[in-house]
Design a protein around this ligand. Sequence first.
Ligand code: HEC
Length: 149
Amino acid sequence: MNKRPSLPGRRRTLFVMGLAGLVAAGAVAQGGPTVWDGVFNAEQAERGREIYATTCALCHGPALGGVESAPPLTGDQFNANWSGTTIADLAERIRISMPVDKPGTLSRPQLAAVVAYILKVDGFPAGTAALDPQLVTSSPVKIISNKPE
Ligand code: HEC
C-alpha cells in the first residue's frame, strides 16, 4: 500500500489550525442558521394553515392567540418561551404532545407544515425551500425572536 503524500508536519499543523480558525470565525459571525434565514416556504406554510385550522385552532385559537389553558403560539409569550431554542425543540414538543387529545397523530409532512405556519405567523420570512419533514425534529435552526444584526 502506498502511503499518501502528506504536507510536512509543521505546515500541515498550521493548515489545520488555519482551517479551524476560519470555521470558528464563521460560527461566531453567523451563529449558525436561524429562523430569519428563510427556512420554510410559502406553500408549506399554507398547508400548515389548513392543518392548524382543523387540528389546533379549537384550543389555541384561530389567530394562535391562545385560549384558556392552551398557550398562545405567537407573540410575546410564545417568543419568551421559545426564543433561544431550536426548530427541533419546537417540532419535537408538538410531535410528542400535540394535539393534546390525540398526540402522535400528525404525519411528518403535517408536523413540518404546522411548524412552518407557526413560524410564518410569528413574523419569520419564507424562503424557497420547504422545511424537510424528515429533519424537522432534528433541525438545529435557532428560533430567535429578534432579527440578528
Ligand atoms: C385539545 C386542546 C389542544 C389541541 C387540539 C392542541 N393543543 Fe397545543 N396545547 C394545549 C394545552 C392545554 C397546552 C399547554 C399544556 C401542555 O403543554 O400540555 C398546549 C401547549 C402547546 C405548545 C407549547 C406552547 C408553549 O409555549 O409552551 C405548543 C407548541 C402547542 N401546544 C402546539 C399545538 C399544535 C401545533 C397543535 C395542533 C397540531 C395543538 N397544539 C393542538 C392544548 C391543545
